[in-house]
Design a protein around this ligand. Structure first.
Ligand SMILES: Cc1cc2nc3c(=O)[nH]c(=O)nc-3n(C[C@H](O)[C@H](O)[C@H](O)COP(=O)(O)OP(=O)(O)OC[C@H]3O[C@@H](n4cnc5c(N)ncnc54)[C@H](O)[C@@H]3O)c2cc1C
Length: 204
């Protein structure tokens, strides 16, 4: 369908003429653009500074551990609401994850955070024989967290061809397809299928 992916290309700058962005500059080349969508998750604030735009957003770091294979697994996924931990079993594979660490972007894995996820799991499933987690093998990711908990979806008033899509915090995977539909409508200058005023990227 004519889509071109520039894999492993870091956006380092933008070229502008008046209130239009004319190209997205990557570390290898500039890419001409008639419409630009900023959708780089928890790094959105830093990239926006290059355009003179202040976007309030912080990375909310979460951890997860995978156990595979388990001889005895959970039958259902669950959310352990009081301890903010989620479990996802698939066959003999189990992922447990959680926590919301507000410490910026950092590769450092906090052992006590990993342990607290394991401890919460053991509290709810005491009969499950799950080994202590290997902290060095824990996965971590950054949820893009906005001050009011709502995402940034829509055009930014500062440029004629700039749209934002991100800041979905804990719901980014679930909301991805819905956000994609809205982006398609925005870029094609169609009315959006839901009212997106509350998601205005310039609201702060
Ligand atoms: C432990 C954990 C559990 C979660 N569980 C769920 C869940 O069950 N359901 C759910 O819906 N969501 C869940 N989430 C949240 C979900 O992962 C996020 O909301 C989602 O990943 C946000 O998607 P995104 O595309 O906006 O940002 P990201 O997934 O962060 O993607 C942004 C991308 O932009 C790239 N990038 C950044 N800067 C640049 C640049 N300058 N140039 C080029 N590329 C750049 C990054 O490398 C990254 O690949 C969970 C998150 C965590 C941490």
């Amino acid at each position: 369908m004519g889509v071109h992916f520039y894999l492993n290309a870091e956006v380092t700058d933008f070229e502008k003429t008046g209130n239009k962005i004319t190209s997205v500059v990557t570390h290898t080349q500039p890419i001409p653009a008639d419409e630009v969508i900023i959708a780089n998750g928890s790094w959105m604030g830093e990239l926006s500074k290059l355009l003179g735009i202040r976007i309030l957003l912080q990375p909310g770091k979460g951890y997860s551990m995978v156990y595979d294979p388990l001889s005895r697994n959970l039958q259902y996924p669950s959310i352990l609401v009081d301890d903010r931990v989620a479990t996802a079993p698939i066959g003999r594979w189990l992922r447990i994850g959680g926590t919301m660490e507000m410490s910026g972007h950092s590769d450092y894995i906090l052992p006590k955070r990993v342990q607290s996820i394991y401890n919460a799991f053991k509290k709810y499933y005491p009969a499950m024989d799950l080994p202590q987690p290997d902290t060095s093998k824990a996965w971590f990711g950054y949820r893009p967290v906005t001050p009011d908990g709502l995402p940034y979806i829509g055009r930014h008033s500062q440029y004629a061809n700039l749209t934002y899509a991100g800041g979905h915090a804990m719901m980014g995977v679930s909301c991805a397809t819905g956000t994609g539909i809205l982006l398609n409508e925005i870029i094609q200058h169609q009315p959006t299928s839901i009212n997106i005023d509350a998601f205005n990227p310039g609201r702060f």
